[in-house]
Ligand binder design. Structure first.
Ligand SMILES: Cc1cc2nc3c(=O)[nH]c(=O)nc-3n(C[C@H](O)[C@H](O)[C@H](O)COP(=O)(O)OP(=O)(O)OC[C@H]3O[C@@H](n4cnc5c(N)ncnc54)[C@H](O)[C@@H]3O)c2cc1C
Length: 336
């Protein structure tokens, strides 16, 4: 199938764009159709959650022919309520994503494919992307909005409670569990720094080191001064009801009632394609980018959780919007 230039695409799509200005959307969720649709895109976004959809909206509004490939596995999928995103505070993650997808699908220049990207290779003009469904797509620019995967400890009950009562961030969930019996699953510098922060939300705070603590004497004294307890017992399991933890059982048979636990967890990149393409990671494991979200590989961009420590829906959306605007501007100017 021949590739259309972006300007030819805009001319062909003019009628469709005008149609999309109607007060209703003719197709609520625009899907990629492998029988009829072209396989050449200006931009392919791998990952169609908050960051990817925000980038697609900016690109779509700039008439840039964009394909989103997503397999529907955002990191906050188990959280009952998402907080701290203005206009959507307290909504479920799915509600926010569904509305976002519906709004992005109003732009005819954006197509959506429900599949997993498994490989990307450089071509003369950009990149070829292979998906698990067996198809290939070509693009000039490539954006990864693929998020990260948390590595949870193999403690029974932990993953069932993840995002419900075992939490990663006080700015997302701290207000709802203020003044509750709160734990921190941590040790050493990370555990100590987290304890300082979380002490803002509750006076009933215990650190569970799950083995010998590695706090310095100074840190122990400071924790003691702030009435923060340290428990070194090894954890057997978390007892919970539908993900809401109610007590911790230790290997020595002891039990402690608890309402919530913070667990700053290690993580890995959700998608390994950026590394396979040669994108460098930071020491902490994020994809290295410049101020325009371009990675260390030309024409490859990374946005959202995969490239930042500031892990919130609002920040993922901000990064996506900025990347979509700056990349589309660059492409428009280059083509002029
Ligand atoms: C438990 C938990 C609770 C949270 N609660 C809140 C909260 O209350 N408020 C808040 O602001 N933030 C919250 N966050 C943070 C928030 O979820 C993230 O910052 C946000 O999801 C980041 O968006 P993203 O688009 O970068 O990545 P994600 O939302 O993780 O999406 C990445 C997408 O890429 C897809 N993908 C990955 N690899 C591929 C591939 N190879 N092919 C196709 N698709 C692929 C995934 O399926 C997924 O859909 C929470 C996070 C967690 C873990």
């Amino acid at each position: 199938m021949a590739s259309l230039s972006r300007r030819e695409f805009i001319q062909l799509g003019g009628k469709a764009v005008a149609f999309s200005l109607l007060p209703y959307s003719p197709s609520p969720i625009l899907k990629y159709n492998s029988m009829t649709d072209n396989k050449y895109f200006d931009v392919i976004i791998i990952g169609g959650s908050y960051a990817g959809l925000a980038a697609a909206m900016s690109l779509g509004r700039a008439l840039i022919k964009t394909l989103i490939i997503d397999n529907g596995n955002p990191s906050n999928r188990q959280t009952p309520h998402s907080h701290n995103f203005l206009t959507n505070d307290g909504k479920t993650p799915a509600e926010i994503a569904t509305l976002a997808k519906r709004q992005v699908s109003n732009y005819d220049s954006v197509s959506f494919l429900n599949d997993t990207a498994i490989n990307a290779e450089r071509t003369l003009n950009g990149f070829k992307i292979h998906v698990a469904g067996g198809e290939n797509f070509e693009t000039k620019k490539l954006i990864f909005a693929t998020g990260i995967k948390d590595t949870l400890p193999p403690i029974k009950g932990f993953s069932e409670c993840w995002g419900i009562s075992v939490l990663h961030c006080p700015y997302c969930h701290g207000y709802e569990i203020r003044n509750k019996r709160t734990g921190i699953f941590g040790n050493g510098v990370t555990g100590f720094e987290f304890a300082k922060l979380i002490s803002n939300w509750t006076n009933d705070l215990t650190i569970f080191t799950n083995g010998d603590s590695s706090f310095t004497t100074d840190q122990k004294n400071k924790l003691h001064t702030h009435h923060i307890k340290i428990i070194e017992n090894k954890i057997e399991r978390l007892d919970h009801s539908n993900g809401y933890v109610n007590r911790i059982l230790f290997k020595d048979g002891s039990v402690l009632p608890i309402d919530a636990i913070y667990a700053p967890s290690p993580f890995e990149q959700h998608c390994k394609i950026p590394e396979a393409l040669g994108c460098e990671l930071t020491d902490e494991g994020y994809i290295k980018t410049d101020q325009f979200h371009e990675t260390t590989i030309k024409d490859v961009f990374a946005i959202g959780d995969n490239a930042t420590k500031t892990r919130t829906v609002a920040n993922a959306v901000a990064m996506g919007t900025h990347a979509g605007m700056t990349l589309s501007k660059k492409m428009i100017i280059e083509e002029f």
